[in-house]
Design a protein around this ligand. Structure first.
Ligand code: GLP
Length: 264
């Protein structure tokens, strides 16, 4: 695991945007893999990153023509055009401003009515990931309780894309997007699993702000376990946690120096 500590939220966006655009630009297609495959998050954390990537595209420095995306999660029960659906979020904040091919965008459909169709949606999502040769880079945020995507505490390390029940803490925290009303927050979602994320070639998790400091601490210092799903990523062969000073404020100097030595 690598740890990158930056000044603030904006700096996280700048760092990850530069890193990722290099990866996308340097990608060379092969017989097995014709497109760069990117896993994407929603939430407030990736917004500065998305703005930067749009700027690079507008300047002509970056193209998404050869990029296939898979979003991490989606609420169950919201139509795609609902303002708080992750689908709406992604188009409004990112996809509408890029040259990405619409057919290359994959977002789980949580608006299906029947449970069996939702299950099939999850199975097909995994199949699609496999078909395009797996995910090159999975980008993510982290919840206050250490969740990644909607893999809440208690999630299995072997979990794949599936229906999940949202944790009380997540509902409380996401109520800010639903007029502050917890009752309006969907109680279930579709989410890629820990195994889906662990199978990516590379994972980058971004964490900004004081309320993420426990999650960052569990990733850097805690034991590996489902109490904090981000802690599983320590076992990944290429995992980078990019956080700001506030999010890293529970880490002691020794730990920070340890990671500095590893990174250099
Ligand atoms: C949401 C999403 C996660 C996201 C997390 C953090 O519940 N399901 O994928 O990483 O919460 O959100 P934010 O970046 O707004 O803090």
């Amino acid at each position: 695991m690598k740890l990158v500590i930056l000044k603030n939220h904006q700096a996280i966006g700048s760092w990850v945007s530069k890193y990722l655009s290099k990866k996308i630009t340097n990608f060379s297609p092969s017989l097995q893999k014709t497109n760069f495959v990117l896993g994407l998050p929603t939430g407030s954390t990736p917004l500065p990153l998305y703005r930067k990537l749009i700027q690079f595209y507008k300047k002509g420095d970056l193209s998404f023509k050869n990029v296939i995306t898979f979003n991490m999660d989606e609420y169950i029960g919201l139509k795609k055009d609902h303002k708080e659906s992750y689908s709406y979020f992604m188009y409004q904040n990112f996809f509408n401003y890029l040259d990405i091919k619409k057919g290359n965008i994959n977002i789980l459909n949580g608006s299906l009515n029947k449970r069996k169709d939702l299950i099939l949606e999850c199975i097909n999502f995994e199949k699609k990931i496999e078909k395009v040769g797996g995910i090159d880079v999975f980008l993510g945020g982290v919840g206050v309780n250490g969740h990644i995507a909607f893999n809440e505490p208690g999630s299995s390390m072997l979990s794949k894309t599936r229906i999940v029940k949202l944790d009380k803490k997540t509902i409380e925290s996401n109520a800010r997007f639903f007029k502050g009303e917890e009752s309006l927050v969907p109680k279930q979602a579709l989410s890629v699993g820990i195994k889906t994320i662990m199978s990516a070639n590379e994972v980058i998790i971004m964490a900004s702000g004081k309320n993420k400091r426990e999650a960052v601490k569990s990733a850097a210092l805690g034991v590996v376990g489902s109490y904090s799903p981000i802690s599983f990523l320590k076992l990944h062969r290429n995992f980078t946690l990019v956080c700001d000073i506030e999010a890293s404020s529970l880490l002691d100097k020794e730990t920070i120096n340890y990671f500095k030595n590893i990174n250099s």
